[in-house]
Design a binder for this molecule. Structure first.
Ligand code: ADA
Length: 568
């Protein structure tokens, strides 16, 4: 399943998870585009690096399975994530292409005849001039069909999207909905449509569609009496869009929403009119047993640890996450900053603009209904100090606002006082590492006070905005303990986090703090081979989720902050 709940009760959906034929490029002797022979099978979703012998394989591989249809059908194939580039072939013909491991994509095939068909996915996780976002980096780009995939049997007229944005007015709520439908047939079609929300029915009227046409219908539902969504009380409501013909239901699309509204007032972030303060982690999708293809249970475990630590916030550093993780955040009450895919990438790469815009558009198009997502982010530690860099920040931030003006936007900057783009965001976010990358632990407080003074001086173009410390922390090797607290000891890491949290969680001018990072993660050899174990070792837990000494320090600081904030 793509979600933690059923998106369809009328439309037939078949999982494509399970065994696929599999072969890598080095195993092939032929030069044809598609393999004639496959060397083994692989159980998807899976990162191929978890297969013995392929732990460091970077290149192409092919996945094949047979699709059986009892009758002629229109089909919709949905892949929640293929890492990092997918080319899709159906009966030997190319029918789809998608770049980027971290956003979903769909392929519509109309009039597929009854019988057996061959579905092949060519996957490429190589680096080079074809890839601006997946590069040698401080996280690993795995290979494979790494998130769930499904095949859906489509009626002639079907839903492609259901977007729903809550809006608060006084004590009441409105829900601004838009549904998009498509006619996959060769004939004109007309259908009735309606929405169902919390047991109430809202008619959308009759719609006529020319062959192949797509249409979006907007509907604002007002006067809604409901229980708002917050992290402390994450109340969700089911919403369904239904297409009928002569009273018989033909298609449906279901989602879940939460009534919450995020606004900025002065230097505060408000949820439903009340100030929120965010405390939590930056989290990569990474695990030694799964690569980036974490199963739902592993995501549940990670969130259980984050909750145990007293956190209410996760930043999906540095890319859109598996939607099941976002569903879990909706259900369990975790605030999310989700960002499109970029970590310190070069704006000069020939593919950058196309690829960053696609990642940003797909993130919002597929994820915008999640109530847990409070903030849209982008462009982590990219060029925000030059005029050309500013133009790229403007382009991406404008795209986000154009698609979804209901959420604040930000980017995590490590450019300090040299940053010339902070006027473009609603929330100023800083990655600061005093105590790790230079300076001492006792400079953590003076460092942030100096930055806050600068931010609110005439020298800055972003006075008065809310501030999140989007990254801070230190590294430690699990099990390395030494009373002299050398760098990489668990003791030193605890001291850095203790002082950082004492300052950032209690500073009246700081609205959020996210530790870098939740768990130790694999990185690429070409990026930071100087890092011990070729890993990023700043996790509060190691890659196996074993708690380091700092776990108890973080837990105390986070719970103390929660208690102090609840009193206010
Ligand atoms: C940067 C970057 C993170 C990580 C961190 C570190 O802030 O945004 O992805 O690389 O540094 O560990 O140094």
């Amino acid at each position: 399943m793509l979600r933690t709940f059923n998106e369809h009760f009328v439309r037939a959906e078949i999982s494509l998870d399970g065994w696929w034929d599999f072969v890598t490029a080095p195993e092939r002797a032929d030069r044809a585009r598609l393999p004639k022979r496959y060397s083994r099978t692989i159980h998807c979703p899976r990162a191929w690096e978890t297969i013995p012998g392929l732990e460091a394989y970077r290149g192409k591989a092919w996945f094949r399975r047979t699709i059986e249809l009892d009758s002629e059908q229109a089909l919709r194939l949905v892949f929640a994530g293929v890492s990092h580039t997918a080319t899709i072939f159906f009966d030997g013909k190319e029918v789809g292409f998608h770049y980027d491991a971290f956003s979903p994509f769909e392929i519509i095939l109309d009039r597929v005849k009854a019988g057996a068909h061959e579905l092949v996915v060519e996957v490429d996780n190589s680096f080079g001039e074809h890839s601006a976002l997946h590069i040698e980096n401080d996280y690993y780009t795995y290979g494979g069909i790494t998130r769930p995939a499904v095949m859906q049997l489509l009626p002639a007229v079907f839903f492609t999207r259901l977007h729903a944005t809550p809006r608060r007015y006084g004590k009441k709520w409105a829900l601004d909905c838009s549904v998009t439908i498509q006619n996959a047939s060769r004939a004109k079609q007309s259908r009735e449509m309606h929405l169902e929300l919390a047991g109430e029915r809202y008619d959308l009227g009759a719609v006529r569609l020319a062959p192949g046409a797509r249409k979006t219908i907007a509907k604002s539902i007002t006067g809604i009496d409901c229980t708002p969504w917050t992290a402390d009380a994450p109340v969700l409501y089911d919403i369904a869009a239904i297409i009928s013909e002569d009273g018989a239901q033909q298609d449906d699309l279901c989602d879940r929403i939460g009534f919450r509204e995020i606004t900025i007032k002065g230097n505060k972030i408000l949820c439903n009119g009340l100030p929120v303060r965010l405390r939590g982690y930056n989290r990569h999708e990474d695990h030694p047993h799964y690569g980036n293809a974490l199963p739902l249970e592993a995501m549940v475990n990670d969130l259980a640890i984050i909750k145990d630590l007293g956190c209410n916030f996760v930043r999906t550093s540095h890319y859109p996450n598996d939607q099941r993780f976002l569903d879990l955040c909706d259900e369990s009450g975790i605030y999310v900053w989700e960002e499109s895919h970029a970590r310190n990438v070069a704006f000069t790469h020939p593919k950058f603009r196309e690829q960053i815009m696609t990642s940003t558009i797909e993130m919002i198009d597929w994820h915008r209904n999640h109530p847990s997502i409070l903030i849209w982010g982008c462009l982590n530690e990219c060029d925000s100090t030059t005029k050309p860099g500013r133009r790229d920040h403007e382009r991406v931030l404008k795209q986000i606002k154009k698609m979804d003006p209901s959420r604040p936007v930000t980017f995590a900057s490590n450019k300090g006082k040299k940053d010339i783009c902070l006027d473009l965001v609603d929330i100023v976010s800083w990655n600061r590492y005093p105590g790790w990358y230079g300076r001492e632990i006792n400079q953590i407080e003076p460092d942030i006070n100096d930055m806050l003074s600068w931010l609110n001086s005439k020298a800055s173009n972003a006075r008065g905005k809310p501030v999140i410390i989007s990254e801070f922390g230190a590294g430690a090797l699990y099990g390395y303990r030494a009373p002299h607290k050398a760098k990489w000891t668990e003791e030193y890491m605890s001291d850095v986090l203790d002082e950082s949290l004492r300052v950032y969680l209690n500073h009246p001018a700081i609205s959020g703090a996210a530790i870098w990072q939740f768990c130790d993660v694999r990185i690429t050899r070409g990026f930071f081979a100087a890092r011990p174990r070729t890993m990023n070792n700043k996790g509060t837990v190691d890659e196996f989720r074993r708690p380091k000494q700092c776990y108890s320090v973080v837990k105390r600081r986070m719970h103390d902050a929660a208690a102090a904030w609840d009193k206010k």
